[in-house]
Design a protein around this ligand. Structure first.
Ligand code: A2P
Length: 332
C-alpha cells in the first residue's frame, strides 16, 4: 500500500486536535505528517503517535513538498485562500469550513451516505456542517425506503461547535463571567441563534442544514426547514427530526432499517430510560438514534431523536473517513 503525506491545517484548534486523535486511532498509512496554524500558535509542539512535531505557520509555500491530503479546519477565509493553492500543488483538500460546500464543482460527502461523490473531486472535498452530517446518517436509509417528502429539524447544539471560544464561554459563564463569543450568556440559557442572521429571518446554520441535506441526499425537491439552537452542553449535538414520507411504512420495519444502517446505532428503549444523549455520544464516532415514534399528526411520518459527537462524527471523524476512502481509491 502506498504511504501518503498528510497535513493538518488548524492543528491547534478544537477540531484540529481531534483530527490528531482520530488519525492515531485509525492508523492511516502515513509517511510524513505536517501541522499548520496561524502565526499565533506557530512553534508550539504537537505529539502524534508518540513523536513530537513543531506546528508551522501556514503560508503560500506550505504545500510545496508533495502533500497528498490536507485536512483543513481553520475557518472559511483560510480555506478560501489556501485550499486552491494546495489543490494546485496536487494535494486533495478535505475542508471542514462552509466555504466550498455548496459549490457545484465540489463534492459534499458523508461516507456512509454518498461515498460515490468522492470520485469526481477536483482537488477539494467538503465536509458538511456538523448538524447535517448526523442527520443524514439517520435519514439516508429512510429516504431510500420510503422517499422523504419533508423534514423539520430542531437542534440542541453544544458549545464545542463554536470552537475553543465557545467552550470557554460556557466554562467561564458558569463562574459568572460575561460571554466573549456568544451575544448572550450561554450558561443556564438557550440561544436560538447559530451563525449570522439572513434577510429571510433564518440563520446561516439553518440555511446550511436545508441546502446541505438536499445536496448530500441528491434530491433538490426535498422540503426542509430548521431551527438551530445553542444549548449549555459542552459537547454532542442533539436533534429532534420530524420526517414525512411519500410512502406508507411499518414502524418495526423502519426501526430494522435504522438498525442495519452503517455508522448508526439505535438506542431506543424508553421503558428503561434508554435514548441517545449528548453525554453518552460524546467521544464516539457513531451517530445514535432513538425516541422513534410515528408522527400521528400527518399521513405518513416519524419523529426521531438523533445525537452525535459534533467534533468527531460532525467534523474530524467524517473528514478522516473521507481521507480513508481516498486512500482506498488510490490503492485500487
Ligand atoms: P491558531 O491556534 O494559530 O489561532 P478553533 O476553531 O478551535 O478556534 O480553531 C481554529 C484553528 O484554525 C486554530 O488551529 C487556528 O490557529 C487556525 N487558524 C486560524 N486562522 C488561521 C490562518 N489564517 N491560517 C492558518 N491557521 C489559522
Amino acid at each position: 500500500m502506498k504511504k501518503i503525506n498528510l497535513a493538518v491545517v488548524g492543528a491547534t484548534g478544537m477540531v484540529g486536535r481531534t483530527f490528531i486523535k482520530v488519525l492515531e486511532e485509525r492508523n492511516l498509512p502515513i509517511e510524513n505528517i505536517y501541522f499548520f496554524s496561524s502565526s499565533r500558535s506557530a512553534g508550539s509542539k504537537i505529539t502524534f503517535n508518540g513523536k513530537e512535531y513543531t506546528v508551522e505557520e501556514l503560508t503560500e509555500t506550505s504545500f510545496d513538498r508533495g502533500i497528498d491530503i490536507a485536512l483543513f479546519s481553520a475557518g472559511g477565509s483560510t480555506s478560501e485562500k489556501f485550499s486552491p493553492i494546495a489543490a494546485s500543488k496536487g494535494c486533495v483538500v478535505v475542508d471542514n469550513s462552509s466555504q466550498w460546500r455548496m459549490d457545484p464543482a465540489v463534492p459534499l460527502v458523508v461516507p456512509e451516505v454518498n461515498p460515490q461523490d468522492i470520485a469526481w473531486h477536483k482537488g477539494i472535498i467538503a465536509n458538511p456542517n456538523c448538524s447535517t452530517i448526523q442527520a443524514v446518517v439517520a435519514l439516508k436509509p429512510l429516504h431510500d425506503k420510503y422517499k422523504i417528502k419533508r423534514i423539520v429539524y430542531s437542534t440542541y447544539q453544544a458549545v464545542s461547535g463554536a470552537g475553543m471560544k465557545g467552550y470557554s464561554d460556557l466554562e467561564n459563564g458558569l463562574k459568572g463571567e460575561a460571554p466573549k463569543k456568544f451575544p448572550h450568556p450561554i450558561a443556564g440559557n438557550c440561544l436560538p441563534h447559530i451563525d449570522v442572521f439572513l434577510p429571510n429571518g433564518y440563520t446561516k446554520e439553518e440555511e446550511k442544514m436545508v441546502n446541505e441535506t438536499r445536496k448530500i441526499l441528491g434530491d433538490q425537491n426535498l422540503r426542509v426547514t430548521a431551527t438551530t439552537v445553542r444549548v449549555p452542553v459542552y459537547n454532542g449535538h442533539s436533534e429532534s427530526i420530524n420526517v414525512e414520507f411519500e410512502k406508507q411504512f411499518d414502524l418495526d420495519e423502519l426501526k430494522e432499517a435504522l438498525k442495519n444502517a452503517p455508522g448508526l446505532i439505535v438506542e431506543d428503549d424508553p421503558q428503561n430510560n434508554v435514548y441517545p444523549m449528548a453525554l453518552s455520544a460524546s467521544g464516539k464516532d457513531e451517530t445514535f438514534v432513538g425516541r422513534i415514534r410515528r408522527d400521528e399528526s400527518v399521513e405518513s411520518g416519524v419523529n426521531l431523536w438523533v445525537v452525535a459527537d459534533n467534533i468527531r462524527k460532525g467534523a474530524a471523524t467524517n473528514a478522516v473517513q473521507i481521507a480513508q476512502e481516498l486512500i482506498k481509491m488510490w490503492n485500487k
